[in-house]
Each structure stands twice: as structure tokens, then as C-alpha cells.
Design a protein around this ligand. Structure first.
Ligand code: MN
Length: 294
């Protein structure tokens, strides 16, 4: 029993989200990445956007560059169109995910396709290892039917975006697999007072982000409360345990293999050294950022 408790991760750090805006004035809440000390390797940033007021999102994210990492957009409600310099168009609708690998360079726009109604979702930035930062750009658009939904015993459910969910010996692989950072990205819905428990690799970094309701994180007896719209970074251990409050909860659970590499970020460029950032800026200005590899 003591071993079990020792193996279940506890809530170590709460990173509250703060209101900010990005793109052409889209209002959002940033938790991870709101300052450079508040990352959780390999996760660089988490933004949540949620509004029923078109003024908060209608301006969208006009054309802008990225280099050196991946962006994952998960739309809970709404309709966004992604277009990039390679001619890709991705139509992101309620329940869909776009997994974009910026690699050596992409210039894209992310624009709302609705003039009213609710727009709600997340953008997560995941780092790439040094040896993959300059690989060709690419992306995957995942429509809702490609994202498995696993019912939980007694109610609630889990959507598996990346990695593999294992419940009662039953494995459910998500559509995104085989990345160096090996992310687990799941969206968990819990009924009131229900507990979700799942294995995680003990050397991975893990955080949870409730976006509806509140949760208690950690083993029975050592659980600590975490309110909605805050990222909770967990201690070491090989299991997570989350219990919903009296109103039930919806939360993201993220786990990933840390890269343990130096990070130098300048806006939309995330590299390992200052020189590589200066190169990225020069490449963007000269058009080299998006020139096809020879
Ligand atoms: Mn972008």
C-alpha cells in the first residue's frame, strides 16, 4: 500500500492561467509558457480560448511563421480554417485536432470561420529535439471520428488524441503515435466525485488542466485541489489519480518525455541556441524559412 501511494504523483506546482491576447487580438488564457520559467519540458505553452463573443476571436491569427516545434490545436466548439505556405488547407471543426509540425519553417494563418457563437479550444506547443528542429514542415488534421472515445465505468469518458490509453488492461491507441517526445494527450470527462487513474512513465513530465469544474489531484489522503483554468504540474511517480469535485469535471491530461535540451525562444521560433534564433529571423526575412529543401 505504501508503495502504491509513493507511486502516485502528487500536485507539485499550480500554474494559473492569465488573460492575454495573441494573433490579431484573440483573447485567451495562457498557463504554461506565460513566462519562460513556467514550461514543463517538452511542453512549451498551453493557451485556452473560450468566448461566446465574436469580438474576442474574429480577428484570428493572420499569417505568421514558426520554426523548431509542434503546435496542437484542439477545438471544443467552433470552426477554424488553417492555411499555410505549402498550400495546405485544414478545416478544423468542433471536436477536431490539428497537429502541426513546424520543423524548419511554416508560415500559416488560423482564422475563425464563424461570425457568431462559441469558439472554444486549446493550443499546445510541444518542443522538438535538436536533431528534428530543421525537418520539413508537416501536419495532420484529425476529424472527430479519428479520435477514439472510451467510456469510463460508471459514466464519463476519455478522448485519446495522442499516445495510448490503457484501462482495465484494454489498450486504446490515439491517432498520434511514435513521436520522440511520446506525448499522451487525453481529454477526460468525469462525473461528480468520480476518480480517474492511469499509468504514466515515471521519467515523463505530466500536467493536468481542468477546464470545467474542479478536481483533486493525487493519492487518497494526499490529494490537493486544482481549480479550472490552471495547469497542475505533477511530482515524480508512475500513476496519476484525479478526482472530480461535486459538479464533475472536464480536464486535459498531458504526459511527455522530457528533452533536457537548452531552449531559446523568440516569439514563434523555439531553438537551442541564440545563433539558431538569429538564423531563424534572417531566414524568415529572406524567405529561406519556407524555401523547399533542396
Ligand atoms: Mn501559429
Amino acid at each position: 500500500m505504501d508503495n502504491d501511494v509513493a507511486g502516485t504523483r502528487t500536485l507539485q506546482q499550480v500554474i494559473q492561467s492569465v488573460p492575454t491576447s495573441d494573433g490579431a487580438g484573440v483573447k485567451l488564457r495562457r498557463s504554461l509558457g506565460r513566462s519562460q520559467g513556467l514550461r514543463l519540458d517538452p511542453f512549451l505553452m498551453l493557451d485556452e480560448f473560450s468566448s461566446d463573443d465574436a469580438n474576442d476571436y474574429i480577428a484570428g491569427f493572420p499569417a505568421h511563421p514558426h520554426r523548431g516545434f509542434e503546435t496542437v490545436t484542439y477545438l471544443l466548439d467552433g470552426h477554424m480554417l488553417h492555411e499555410d505556405h505549402l498550400g495546405h488547407r485544414g478545416d478544423l471543426k468542433t471536436g477536431g485536432v490539428q497537429w502541426m509540425t513546424a520543423g524548419r519553417g511554416i508560415i500559416h494563418s488560423e482564422m475563425p470561420q464563424q461570425e457568431q457563437g462559441r469558439m472554444r479550444g486549446f493550443q499546445l506547443w510541444i518542443n522538438l529535439p535538436a536533431r528534428e528542429k530543421m525537418k520539413p514542415a508537416g501536419y495532420r488534421d484529425l476529424q472527430p471520428p479519428e479520435i477514439p472515445v472510451v467510456p469510463l465505468p460508471g459514466g464519463g469518458r476519455v478522448k485519446v488524441i495522442a499516445g495510448t490509453l490503457v484501462l482495465d488492461g484494454q489498450s486504446t491507441p490515439g491517432p498520434i503515435q511514435g513521436l520522440t517526445t511520446d506525448p499522451l494527450y487525453i481529454d477526460v470527462e468525469l462525473l461528480a466525485a468520480a476518480t480517474f487513474s492511469h499509468a504514466v512513465k515515471s521519467d515523463y513530465n505530466v500536467f493536468v488542466y481542468p477546464y470545467e469544474g474542479s478536481v483533486n489531484v493525487g493519492p487518497t489522503g494526499a490529494a490537493r485541489p486544482l481549480d479550472a483554468h490552471s495547469a497542475g504540474a505533477l511530482s515524480a511517480g508512475d500513476r496519476i489519480e484525479v478526482t472530480a469535485g461535486a459538479e464533475g469535471a472536464r480536464l486535459l491530461v498531458l504526459a511527455g518525455r522530457p528533452l533536457h535540451e537548452p531552449i531559446v525562444q523568440y516569439g514563434p521560433f523555439v531553438m537551442n541556441t541564440r545563433e539558431e534564433i538569429e538564423q531563424a529571423i534572417r531566414d524568415y526575412q529572406s524567405g529561406e524559412l519556407t524555401r523547399p529543401a533542396a
